[in-house]
Design a protein around this ligand. Sequence first.
Ligand code: PML
Ligand code: MG
Length: 238
Amino acid sequence: MELYSLKMRASNSKDGIEKHISGAEKIVSEDNIGTYVEALLTRALHHSKGKANFINLKIEKVNKEDILYLDSLPVSTVQVDTYQAGLKRVVALLEQMNIANAKEIIKKINATYNTRGAILLDVDTLERLEPNQERGIRATYMDADNSSMSENIEVKNHYNEAIVLATKVAYAPNIIGEICISDDPDYITGYVASKETGYVRITKLKEKGSQEGGRIFLYRGELSAVPSCLDYLEKQKV
Ligand code: PML
Ligand code: MG
């Protein structure tokens, strides 16, 4: 059975300002395309960030031999009572990665909250490395090998999708980690992930009801290696 990549992104444009509503990545077998397309459309049209007035669906055939298989990162959970305590844990984890500017880095996360992409940040110079900052970087073409039709993808399972993305990103050349806070107003668990720390869920990283979230991919190394990092994040099938 042939495999197909399915990408959905939905936004709402008002007065010339585009607000990202929802996005999803799947790799599914040919005979499941219809079911997934329908589920993803439902998701785009019933989202807590609002109703989309623009939905982009892209369906492309994937060659099986182009897929890189990775074991998902080991997962741990840090329980915190407040999001302020959660953010302190993020700082501690970044310091464990020998990142000196942790507090300044966290402040940048909200810069992405209306865009569909992540920030690619040089952790040593704090320079943003995305070619287009309005768009950000989107890690794409990935799915869990065991994802099956028993999952209800009309309703997003934040954890299931994030562990796939975080695993792909952790293996990107020159990426030493990732920070994520959901932009969905009802979802306050976020994570820090890297090959060394694994996927560390932190139960509170923002106030409930806030749409301010985002992702930062933490880059370290020569700038000449940025293109191959971007190429992996945006094109490698995982
Ligand atoms: C998102 O909204 O896409 C981010 C989801 C983060 C999930 C964190 C977790 O529950 O492990
Ligand atoms: Mg979201």
